[in-house]
Structures are given as structure tokens and as C-alpha cells.
Write a protein that binds this ligand. Structure first.
Ligand SMILES: C[S@@+](CC[C@H](N)C(=O)[O-])C[C@H]1O[C@@H](n2cnc3c(N)ncnc32)[C@H](O)[C@@H]1O
Length: 255
């Protein structure tokens, strides 16, 4: 781990836990909105520890290319695909969503779960995802938003978690989605229920992986004072922020 104070995603990569709001239920819904039943090739942007890519490869039986900006996340993804018996169907690539290393029209669908909160400019990222989808294919996002006006302290705390990037309100997301040229556009929004989120997260990561991640978290917490401070403030700040947040599924078909 780096000598500077680790950010939110550094801790997740080190410990081996990533998630998005809504867990498998939200992923299943996004897959349905994106009509991936017959997809042969899906791009999963922001693979995290690889739960999403491995799940899609198993459920749909298609090839999944998983990209992430973090080498560490990609090594978890490779491990996850191996443990789930889908190594042959999951390929990993180090890449930034703002400049994807693929030719135009390559994929049947692109899925992005809880990634754009960390990326600017979001419109450029979405258009880059669209570029690599074949005409008639779908893009699907799962993204968090402010559902009510947050206090200035909450905005500041969240800015730290999002590494300086502002979270959009639902109205801003709606405006952004309206500007993207797509057919069959959908936006579905959900409130955050903390109890349900905890259950969804355990299910998403899986008990065996959670158990191992807890071991790494405890080790990191007691061996690295910078990480300890970051874990303490991030835990408090994310739980606080969730009270003013919701999440949405945004989908549409490339023209
Ligand atoms: C909150 S995690 C979600 C991971 C995964 N989608 C899941 O639901 O478990 C966000 C992921 O996006 C990746 N990420 C952040 N910025 C990115 C970028 N510009 N391009 C590609 N991946 C990025 C992070 O490294 C991290 O793995």
C-alpha cells in the first residue's frame, strides 16, 4: 500500500471488497434492461473484484471483457473468474473508461456499475462506452445520486470519498441522460435501505470472500496508521451520506 493516505478505492483494492448499490438484484435488472440474453460479447467497466464479470459470464454464457483502472482490482477479477470456473470467458484489460482500448462497435453491451461517481467528465465516459457498442446494442449504468439536498458537511465528506469528484443529483443525472443520443432510454430509481444493502453486499461479495477480506482489513487496520484513519472516517462518512442518497439504473440502445 502507498505511503500517502489511502483513498476509498485504495482500501477496497487492498482489502478485496467492491460493490454497487442494489447487489445482484440491481445487476439482474440492468442485464434485463440491456437485453443481454443473446449477447456474445459484453464489456464490464470498473470490474472491481470481479463479481460482476464472473456472474455475467456464468449467467449469460458470453465472453466478458472486464476493464479497470487498477491493476490490483484486475488481479482480484482474474482470481474470482478462476474460482468460479469461468476463466476462459473472462478477459481482463487495464483501461480508463475515458479512453477504452477497443475498436468502434465491438461489444453487444457495456455495463458500468458504480464507477462514474469517480469519473469526470461523465458525459465523455458515457460516449466512450457508446463508441464501443455495436448499433442496436445497449449501455447500462448503475449510479448513485443525491436524492435530497445534502448539508455542506455531507458534500465535503463525500467529496473526500469520491476523491474530489462531485456526486450528481438525480436531476443532474436525468439532464445528462437526456443529452445522450440513445433509443429505448430508461431510468429507474431506488431508495437506499441500509439493512437491505448490508444483506445485498454480503451476497454480492460472497461469504468466503468476505471472510478473507475481513482478515486483510483487520491486518491493515492494525498495521497501518494512515489506513486506520482512512477506514474510520470512510466508514462514518459513507453511512452518513447514504441517508441522502439513492441509486439509479440508466439504460439505452445505441442508434
Ligand atoms: C465502487 S467500485 C465498483 C466495482 C464493481 N463494479 C462492483 O460493483 O463490485 C468502482 C470500480 O471502478 C474502478 N474505476 C474507477 N475509476 C475508473 C476509470 N476511470 N476507469 C475504469 N475503472 C475505474 C475502480 O478501480 C473500482 O474497481
Amino acid at each position: 500500500m502507498t505511503a500517502h493516505s489511502p483513498d476509498y478505492l485504495d482500501i477496497q483494492a487492498e482489502v478485496g471488497i467492491t460493490k454497487h448499490l442494489g447487489g445482484f438484484i440491481a445487476t439482474d435488472e440492468l442485464l434485463a434492461l440491456c437485453h443481454v440474453e443473446d449477447a456474445k460479447s459484453v464489456l464490464y467497466v470498473g470490474s472491481g473484484i470481479g463479481v460482476g464479470p464472473a456472474y455475467i459470464a456464468r449467467k449469460i454464457g458470453c465472453q466478458v471483457v472486464a476493464v479497470d483502472i487498477s491493476e490490483k482490482m484486475l488481479s482480484w477479477t482474474t482470481q474470482r473468474a478462476f474460482e468460479e470456473g469461468v476463466s476462459a470467458k473472462v478477459e481482463t484489460r487495464l483501461a480508463n473508461v475515458l479512453a477504452l482500448p477497443f475498436e468502434d462497435n465491438r461489444f453487444d453491451a457495456v455495463l458500468v456499475e458504480s464507477v462514474l461517481a469517480f469519473v469526470e467528465p461523465k458525459e465523455k465516459a458515457i460516449l466512450e462506452c457508446l463508441r464501443v457498442i455495436r448499433p442496436g446494442g445497449y449501455v447500462g449504468l448503475n449510479e448513485v445520486f443525491w436524492s435530497e439536498q445534502p448539508s455542506p458537511e455531507m458534500i465535503e465528506a463525500n467529496r473526500r470519498i469520491q476523491m474530489g469528484i462531485e456526486l450528481l443529483t438525480l436531476i443532474e443525472w436525468r439532464n445528462l441522460w437526456q443529452q445522450i443520443p440513445l433509443n429505448d432510454k430508461t431510468i429507474k430509481t431506488y431508495e437506499i435501505n441500509l439493512q437491505r444493502e448490508t444483506r445485498d453486499r454480503i451476497q454480492w461479495v460472497g461469504r468466503r470472500w468476505i471472510f478473507r477480506a475481513w482478515g486483510r482489513l483487520i491486518k491493515l487496520y492494525f498495521s497501518n496508521p494512515l489506513a486506520r484513519r482512512a477506514i474510520n472516517s470512510q466508514t462514518k462518512e459513507t453511512t452518513q451520506s447514504y441517508k441522502s442518497m439513492g441509486f439509479g439504473l440508466f439504460s439505452g440502445q445505441k442508434i
